[in-house]
Design a binder for this molecule. Structure first.
Ligand code: DMJ
Length: 450
């Protein structure tokens, strides 16, 4: 599947950001500020770990010869960080090849002006040429988004480590400082914060879109620090406790889910994006004392099972973008606009973590169901495409092979079916785009190993 996705991208769209597999051309879009080759950078480490050597060399050559960082355009700070910086760093750590490190550092420098705000909380959009930055037009009152400024920590620590320049680490430590001091309603973190005043702009809380990877990066920062970053662990534990208390619910049919919160009122829906949380909670549970460990492992398994239900209850066996738990609907999309599937990874991501942490065969079975459904409904003549409605066996295609399909969905499926020592969870943390970053094992460092 990876070879098919890559070969078609290479044939029809090399150098563009994504492949359009029906029209057999490339898509550039406006998320990466003039940067090109998002699929190349997102695919590099997956090609490498799958030992697709020729294909990896093709991708590497494109980076060496054609990856141009002197661009002028409006980029999402978050997307450039998780896909480009994350992909380049991971490939550098896997291969030791300098080109990936130098491109990551050069690109990292271009992101720094986004942090020039009164609080140091970066704005969401940056022009990579001029360094001008601003907030998303759709974000209320010029605010910055929790999942965006809260998803820089892992990559920025590595940028400082590799460059010897502390500025990257200082930027993310300052974000942490602002967040640890600000008052949290009921212990929860709202999704919109003003980069000018450092206070919340709106009380919408979500473990799915707009909030998701902020929580993920707290627990992973602690793991990546070889469990030294106790501040991150405490913030994660406290946040999870508030989530358990206020957002975790059980449906009439017995399905556990995490609701969204709007100024104290619950919205009983889960987005596909929120389905990563089964894996995150299981990962965090490994390091909790006895009773909490068991409770969190159960919660992780229940959420993952609910997400599996959202797949199992559809005609295609692929899950919708969002599903609801209002009376009469259980883990299904009730709105037309929520019925699509765009090759997202979060559900198989949780299967991978739960498999590695419990070895219960059901997670492999569920992963295999996804493989079969992808082959049946998303594979088209020239690549893989998202579908517009998971509730019909004759879905139309959206003509887009997302770069995260190669970075995440196929990588997590691969890891679900190989030995646990391939990118072992003892040695690596995955950034939110599934790019592996090494855990900073201090005992090895003390023993003189790099
Ligand atoms: C990816 O880019 C990342 O997983 C991000 O955290 C959320 N959205 C997509 C995949 O769905």
């Amino acid at each position: 599947m990876m070879k098919f996705a890559w070969d078609n991208y290479k044939q029809y769209a090399l150098g563009k950001n994504e492949l359009r597999p029906l029209t057999k051309n490339g898509h550039i879009g406006n998320m990466f500020g003039g940067l090109r080759g998002a699929t190349v950078i997102d695919a590099l480490d997956t090609l490498y770990i799958m030992e697709l050597e020729e294909e990896f060399q093709e991708a590497k050559q494109w980076v060496e010869k054609s990856f141009d960082l002197n661009v002028n355009g409006e980029a999402s700070l978050f997307e450039v960080n998780i896909r480009y910086i994350g992909g380049l760093l991971a490939t550098y750590y896997l291969t030791g090849e300098e080109v990936f490190k130098s491109k990551a550092l050069e690109l990292g420098e271009k992101l720094l002006p986004a942090f020039n705000t009164p609080t140091g909380i970066p704005r969401g959009v940056i022009n990579l040429g001029s360094g001008m930055s601003w907030s998303w037009g759709w974000a209320s009152a010029g605010s910055s988004i929790l999942a965006e400024f809260g998803t820089l920590h892992l990559e920025f620590l590595h940028l400082s480590e590799l460059s010897g320049n502390p500025v990257f680490a200082e930027k993310v430590r300052n974000i942490r400082r602002v967040l640890s001091r600000v008052e949290k309603p009921q212990g929860l973190y709202p999704n919109f914060l003003s980069p000018v005043t450092g206070s919340w702009v709106q009380h919408h809380v979500s473990i799915g879109g707009l909030g998701d990877s902020f929580y993920e990066y707290l627990i992973k920062s602690w793991l990546m620090s070889d469990k030294k970053d106790s501040e991150a662990k405490k913030m994660y534990d406290d946040a999870l406790e508030a989530i358990e208390k206020h957002l975790v619910k059980k449906s009439a049919g017995g399905l556990t889910y995490i609701a969204e919160w709007r100024g104290g009122i619950l919205d009983h829906k889960m987005g596909h994006l929120a389905c990563f949380s089964g894996g995150m909670i299981a990962l965090g549970a490994q390091h909790s004392p006895g009773d909490r460990r068991q409770r969190h492992m159960e919660l992780a398994a229940e959420i993952t099972s609910t997400c599996h239900e959202s797949y199992a209850r559809s005609d295609t066996k692929l899950g919708p973008e969002a599903f609801r738990f209002d009376a009469g609907s259980e883990a299904t999309a009730t709105r037309l606009s929520e019925r699509y599937y765009i090759l997202r990874p979060e559900v198989v991501e949780s299967y991978m973590y739960l498999w590695r942490l419990t070895h219960q065969p059901k997670y492999r079975h569920w992963g295999w169901e996804v493989v079969q459904a992808l082959e049946k409904y998303c594979r088209v003549e020239a690549g893989f495409s998202g579908i517009r409605d998971v509730y019909t066996t004759t879905p139309t295609h959206d003509n887009m092979q997302q770069s995260f399909f190669l970075a995440e969905t196929l990588k997590y499926l691969y890891l679900l079916f190989c030995e646990d020592d391939v990118l072992s969870l003892e040695d690596w943390v995955f950034n939110t785009e599934a790019h592996p970053l090494p855990i900073n094992h201090t005992d090895l460092k003390a023993a003189g190993q790099p």
